[in-house]
Structure formats: C-alpha cells, structure tokens
Ligand binder design. Structure first.
Ligand SMILES: [Zn+2]
Length: 92
C-alpha cells in the first residue's frame, strides 16, 4: 500500500493517508489535511471563515478575465488562419 503518515491540521493527531487513485473523491480530500471527516469539516469551516467575501469576488473576477483573454487569443488565431488562404488567392 502506498500510504503516508500525516499530521492532522485540526487536532494534531498523526494518521495514515492512503494515496487513492480516485481524485475528486471527498474522502480523499479530507484525508489530505485531517484525521477524520469531523476534523476535515472543521478544517474546511476554518478556510471558509478565513476567506472574506471580497477576496472570493476578486479571485472569481480575475479568473473570468483570464478566460476572456484566452477566448480572444483563440478567436484572433482562428481569424488569421481563415484570412491567410484568401490573401494568397487574391495575390496570385
Ligand atoms: Zn484530527
């Protein structure tokens, strides 16, 4: 078994965390930081409390902006790809 000894970030107790292949599994998530689902819930609550609403809004806005930029870049690339054959045709 591929497991590691971790220290619970809530109560400080040492526990064994298995390296599960199931990423996105909720059990796997709390096992990364806490010894039990109870401690995991407390840890998540602490994170939620430490993040102020303004911080969250700012992060979401930044993410949206970067997504927009990516969309614009891909649109420009598509436009260029479409334009090039037409230009060559007109020149010949
Ligand atoms: Zn714990």
């Amino acid at each position: 078994m591929n497991s590691v000894i971790k220290k619970c970030r809530v109560c400080g107790k040492e526990y064994e965390a298995c390296r599960s292949a199931n990423r996105g599994d909720t059990v796997f998530r709390w096992k990364e930081v806490a010894c039990s689902p109870e401690c995991g819930a407390i840890y998540l609550q602490r994170i939620n409390e430490s993040l102020s609403p303004s911080t969250l809004t700012k992060r979401v806005r930044m993410k949206k902006e970067s997504e927009q930029t990516l969309t614009i870049v891909s649109e420009v690339q598509q436009t260029r790809a479409n334009d090039t054959p037409e230009e060559l045709e007109a020149e010949s």
